[in-house]
Design a protein around this ligand. Structure first.
Ligand SMILES: *Cc1c(COP(=O)(O)O)cnc(C)c1O
Length: 351
């Protein structure tokens, strides 16, 4: 049986065009800056995000880590979202390896951080008791939610008032741009640095880009070497990244349409608590009626038996993500499978 895998958009396989491009890629030693395919990808990423320069790195986690290392020195502090990827899913690497103190402001349900909470967290004045606040990090999209350019305008105004730098964890920034129907550069223009993933909805096998000023990227390249992220004939992988940027961006709209379809289907299933309005890009997040008496972990285990994989986001919620390779018919099957698992449980016929 073919499993319908909705755990994440990281499970995408490279397209035929990517495999062809990888096969034919011209390569060189990228640590010497001599890989023509990497150079082409970096130029393209810089153009798309409206920055002077870009750097290819092995992963989003390393992209964020290098960006934080480049903005901050040991003992500096960065303000991040309480439920951001940097806070929860990178093992606190910026703190443990980089010596950067991470202060958290609470993520609201729409992904924003309250500006007055950020302002309260910023260290004030030349006080021996406090670390120096250097950086604010935002994440877009966050749990599939889109930060609008109005919010970004006000966040950057606050950061500038306090002479802080801004980093964007834009793992899925292209999803945000497609959802808002605006150029990705519009959502990046405020930020001193951006990390975005080629390996999520853009379907590359691996890799992320850091984008910023020429000076920032020069320093980031030094830090990339320090953390062991300097790669050699990596044009083989960068070739897929070029296809990601040239061919895989516009199609994200299909993923968003499928996520809407899934959310509408699931919202009608007894036992599921879901607000379709909360679905803005490719992620569908829902709760389970306590009457079912089942945790998200138990639910996804049952669902997998029915041929559909989702993921337990936390103790209360389940996440399904649409992506390249998931078609409308898979969405219909996923809704049917969910319905049958839950109706079995609600009718109590299962021990
Ligand atoms: C996936 C992800 C990352 C990290 O990317 P990897 O390539 O898996 O290391 C960082 N931030 C966000 C928001 C992500 O979703």
């Amino acid at each position: 049986m073919n499993v319908i895998d909705l755990r994440s958009d990281t499970v995408t396989h490279p397209s035929r065009a990517m495999r062809d491009a990888m096969y034919k890629a011209e390569v060189g030693d990228d640590v010497y800056g001599e890989d023509p395919t990497v150079n082409r990808l970096q130029k393209l990423a810089a153009e798309r995000t409206g920055k002077e320069a870009a750097l290819f790195v092995p992963s989003g986690t390393m992209g964020n880590f290098i960006s934080l290392l480049t903005h901050c020195t040991r003992g500096d502090e960065a303000i991040i979202g309480s439920h951001s990827h940097i806070a929860l899913h990178e093992q606190g690497g910026a703190a443990t390896l980089g010596g950067i103190y991470l202060k958290t402001a609470r993520n609201a349900a729409d992904g924003t951080l309250a500006l007055d909470e950020i302002e309260d967290l910023i260290s004030k004045g030349d006080d021996d008791h406090v670390a120096t606040t250097r950086l604010v990090c935002l994440e877009n999209t966050w749990n599939g939610r889109v930060l609008t350019s109005e919010y970004l305008d006000s966040a950057v105004a606050l950061a500038r008032k306090h002479d802080l730098k801004m980093h964007l964890d834009g793992a899925r920034i292209f999803n945000a741009a497609v959802a808002l129907n605006c150029p990705v550069a519009e959502l990046c223009k405020h930020f001193d640095s951006i990390q975005f993933c080629l390996s999520k909805g853009l379907a590359s096998p691996t890799g992320s880009m850091i984008c910023g000023s020429r000076e920032f990227i020069h320093k980031a390249k030094r830090n990339r070497k320090m953390v062991g992220g300097g790669m050699r004939q990596i044009g083989i992988i960068a070739a897929a990244g070029i296809v990601s940027l040239e061919q895989m961006v516009d199609r994200l709209a299909e993923d968003h349409a499928n996520a809407r379809l899934l959310s509408e289907g699931l919202a009608g299933v007894p036992g599921i608590k879901l607000d379709p309005e909360s679905v803005e890009t490719n992620m569908v997040i829902f709760g389970l009626d306590p009457a079912i008496g089942m945790t998200p972990v138990q639910f996804v285990t049952e669902l997998e038996v029915a041929g559909v994989r989702m993921i337990d986001l936390d103790r209360h919620r389940v996440r399904a993500v649409t992506h390249f390779g998931i078609e409308k018919e898979h969405i219909e099957k996923a809704v049917e499978a969910t319905k049958s698992v839950l109706s079995r449980l609600l009718s109590g016929s299962r021990k």
